[in-house]
Design a protein around this ligand. Structure first.
Ligand code: HEM
Length: 116
């Protein structure tokens, strides 16, 4: 059970790496745009995160305030990616604030996980 939970944590980290890595790639190349890879990263991190939010394979209490905040941030990132990608397809450009928010909120979720 414990090893299975560790595998899901690993998947969760892969999702984070894919989302944040895809975002950093665009930011460093000075391309203000969302990519499909970001959607995949968020989906992987989100599904694995929800599985980890259930109390299995651990002998301590989960912090549901922390998990609730992480979930709310995930929903906001998802909305930004969804609305932003649609806008990008329609107009050919993405408002920079949406792009930067996705990077900041992704990092914020990782920081909450590690520092709280
Ligand atoms: C963009 C979204 C997210 C990012 C970037 C993210 C990032 C991370 C990172 C980096 C860790 C590793 C922390 C560590 O090993 O100390 C972690 C752990 C965790 N995350 Fe997330 N997370 C996200 C969304 C979520 C969501 C939506 C949930 C559930 C509501 C969640 C639940 C958890 C749990 C339960 C752990 C602890 C795993 C354990 O040690 O058992 N995460 N997250």
């Amino acid at each position: 059970m414990e090893i299975l939970r560790s595998v899901v944590v690993l998947l969760h980290l892969v999702g984070f790496a894919v989302l944040f890595g895809a975002w950093v790639t665009e930011a460093v190349s000075r391309r203000i745009r969302f990519t499909r890879v970001m959607d995949w990263g968020l989906t992987i991190a989100g599904v694995a995160g929800l599985i980890l939010a259930a109390p299995w394979g651990i002998d301590y209490e989960l912090n549901y305030v922390k998990l609730g905040i992480k979930f709310a941030i995930l929903v906001v990132i998802g909305a930004l990616l969804g609305i932003g990608s649609a806008r990008q397809r329609r107009t050919g450009s993405l408002p920079p604030v949406m792009f930067w928010l996705v990077g900041i909120l992704t990092l914020a979720n990782a920081a909450i996980a590690v520092l709280w």
